[in-house]
Design a protein around this ligand. Structure first.
Ligand SMILES: Cc1cc2nc3c(=O)[nH]c(=O)nc-3n(C[C@H](O)[C@H](O)[C@H](O)COP(=O)(O)O)c2cc1C
Length: 381
């Protein structure tokens, strides 16, 4: 099969992964309305076609979070990449850095930040789930400082985990060890089995030394998600703001009111996110939430956005409407699950090419030009 776009990578991932892992990545919560809306609302926006613009390859570099990066998108935090391919986090980080963009490691990862530093010295960000065990959180922050993490994303839309019905059907949530049924399903995907589980199930490095989380990624994952602090409140974010000296980004904001609160407590930016339609089903899409949030926080506050980015034109629409940059979630994870680092390289290159061609067809010379003329270039009907 020739892979020409992100949807093709999705199909390739479906072929290679055991069903329960593919469904975990691919699915949303409850009726998956918000999950679909994230995509559908991009399609409602139109791009202005301009012609005879004396073509030059558009300059896709842009500045966000204190640095100039070569592309207006980066790799966002996705849990357990090392379960979809061996050393998944390392491969994703290396692909990001080869392309000149940051990689954000999830708290829920097989590899630790120190493991990543063995293979790359590129720009690392870290996503923190605040756990009720604050000593462990402090360990995570110490490790982040040690690894030279420049931006910390605290995820705030997961106090309660919503029901992902595909996972319930697959019995995924209740799994803590490899049962005979799970073993049979894993054996149906021998390429994955040989790659990831030939030495047994990997484990979560950051909690390996904490026996109470159990052994093996499945049990550790179940225990980690149980320990997410359900009572997390703005005062805890203020405490974190005082503790963390690097950039602090609040991830999972969808309303102008919450955006201005984040700004008022001194966050450096937010990620407009509904967790890829995996949490509050019925919530609005992120692209629809963007304009009011930009109006509320003013032009200078850093706004990142994620959710439903599958095409270069989606990136253009988000940036043209006021996002500083976007985060990829499933788009690169499909690539990783399909073909390891080469698959992530392919996802990044596909989006880069789509952005470049699309901007050229709009006679837009650079991301800076897109940001400046965005309201004229992105049409709402
Ligand atoms: C399989 C999977 C695991 C995720 N794990 C995390 C996580 O550990 N931490 C987090 O903040 N967000 C997590 N997310 C949410 C992503 O960071 C991002 O918000 C979402 O994937 C964006 O939507 P998209 O996948 O449609 O691009 C996860 C998403 C997926 C699909």
């Amino acid at each position: 099969m020739t892979i020409v776009n992100i949807d093709d990578l999705r199909l390739a991932a479906r072929r290679r992964l055991p069903k329960l892992f593919f469904d975990y990545i691919d699915g949303g919560s409850f009726a998956e309305e918000t999950y679909r809306r994230n995509r559908d609302d991009f399609a409602l926006l139109k791009l202005r076609q301009n012609v005879l613009g004396d073509y030059n390859e558009p300059d896709l570099s842009t500045e966000y979070l204190g640095r100039r990066h070569s592309l207006p998108f980066m790799l966002g935090p996705v849990g357990f990449l090392g379960l979809y391919t061996r050393n998944g986090e390392q491969k994703a980080a290396c692909a990001a850095h080869a392309a000149g963009i940051p990689f954000c490691l999830s708290t829920f990862s097989i590899a630790s930040l120190a493991d990543l530093r063995q293979v790359t010295d590129g720009v690392l960000h870290f996503q923190l789930y605040v756990l009720d065990d604050r000593t462990l959180c402090e360990e995570f922050l110490g490790a982040a400082e040690e690894a030279g993490v420049e931006a910390l994303y605290v995820t705030v839309d997961t106090a309660i985990t919503a029901v992902r019905e595909r996972d319930v059907r697959n019995g995924f949530r209740s799994l803590t060890r490899v049962t005979p049924r799970l073993f049979a399903s894993l054996c149906r995907k021998p390429a994955w089995l040989f790659d990831v589980a030939r030495g047994g199930m990997p484990s979560v490095r950051a909690v390996e030394h904490r026996g109470e989380f159990g052994t093996g990624a499945l049990e550790q994952a179940a225990n980690l998600s149980r320990r997410i602090d359900k009572k997390l409140a703005w005062k805890d974010i203020e405490t974190l703001r005082r503790r963390w000296k690097g950039k602090l980004i609040i991830k999972g904001i969808l309303s102008p009111e919450d955006a201005t609160k984040a700004q008022a407590i001194g966050a450096d930016g937010i990620v407009i996110s509904n967790h890829g339609g995996r949490q509050l089903d019925g919530a609005m899409s992120t692209i629809a939430a963007l304009p009011d949030i930009r109006d509320a926080v003013g032009p200078d506050f850093t706004l990142m956005l994620d959710g439903g980015i599958r095409r270069g034109s989606d990136v253009i629409k988000a940036v043209g409407m006021g996002a500083d940059a976007v985060l990829l979630g499933r788009a690169y994870t499909y690539g990783l699950a399909a073909a390891g680092q080469a698959g992530v390289d392919h996802a990044i290159e596909t989006l880069r090419r789509e952005i470049s061609i699309t901007l050229a067809l709009m006679c837009v010379s650079s991301i800076a030009d897109l940001k400046e003329r965005g309201s004229h270039l992105i049409l709402k009907q």
